[in-house]
Design a protein around this ligand. Structure first.
Ligand SMILES: [Zn+2]
Length: 244
């Protein structure tokens, strides 16, 4: 019984490692996804600022053209005003010039406002680009590490699975069947130690009679509460045993 349990314990140790490696492996795609969504969000923020700058430039262009036309009107009027003979003509031209001057002020104000906004957005773009470049390097390194960890874990799992398959051959089939059923039910350890008379699976105190049987190791003992297979590292003192 003891030897059979030793094989089973060895198998359990390997299967616990498989479980740990598989849990670790299942977390990795999530972490990679997180990194990718951070990078996508950063890229989008940068794109949005670039779009905003483009839109502002598009609003500025016709205004600049209009300002040039306006200036041409004013220059032409300046030339004409010197040649004017009548007061009426002079007043009409003066009014035309006043309108053009007023419009000029409006356009200039609007252009200044747009330039100011472009400037702010350009600064924001620079800031985003800088932090994007820095973080991208960090995140991509992190991603590479996760991918290599993923490959490493896949290799470990394969090795352990081959090892577990070998170890399973050494265990008595009915014991293996019981082990698998307990393992499935308890989602973890099926064979646990019972030192000092306490089941390390559920912490129940095992009746002394049952504990003695575990020490003897003649038959398979399961915990009365959690049903896990029990073994002990406790070794009876030979000199004391002799005195009883
Ligand atoms: Zn128990």
């Amino acid at each position: 019984m003891k030897r059979l349990l030793e094989d089973l314990i060895a198998l359990q140790e390997v299967e616990v490692e498989i479980f740990k490696a598989e849990s670790g492996l299942s977390e990795i795609p999530k972490e990679i996804d997180e990194i990718e969504s951070i990078l996508i969000a950063r890229r989008r923020a940068l794109d949005a600022v670039e779009e905003e700058i483009k839109a502002l430039e598009q609003r500025k262009q016709p205004l600049e053209a209009e300002l040039e036309e306006n200036q041409a009107i004013l220059t032409a009027a300046d030339a004409r005003i010197k040649k004017i003979k009548t007061n009426r003509e002079y007043l009409a031209l003066q009014r035309e010039m006043d309108i053009a001057k007023k419009r000029k002020v409006e356009i200039e104000e609007e252009i200044l406002y747009l330039m100011d906004k472009i400037e702010t957005n350009l600064k924001e773009k620079q800031r985003l680009e800088k932090s994007f470049e820095d973080d991208k390097k960090i995140l991509e390194t992190k991603k590479e590490k996760l991918i290599s960890r993923q490959n490493e874990l896949q290799g470990i799992i394969e090795d352990y699975k081959a090892k577990a398959l070998e170890l399973r051959k050494a265990v008595d089939p009915s014991l293996l069947d019981r082990y698998d059923r307990i393992k499935k039910h308890k989602k973890g350890l099926a064979v646990v130690s019972c030192d000092d008379g306490v089941c390390s699976g559920c912490h129940m105190h095992i009746p002394p009679q049952l504990f003695n049987e575990i020490i003897k190791g003649d038959r398979l003992i399961q915990c009365p509460l959690c049903q896990r297979i029990l073994y002990t590292n406790y070794e009876p003192d030979e000199s004391n045993a002799g005195k009883d």
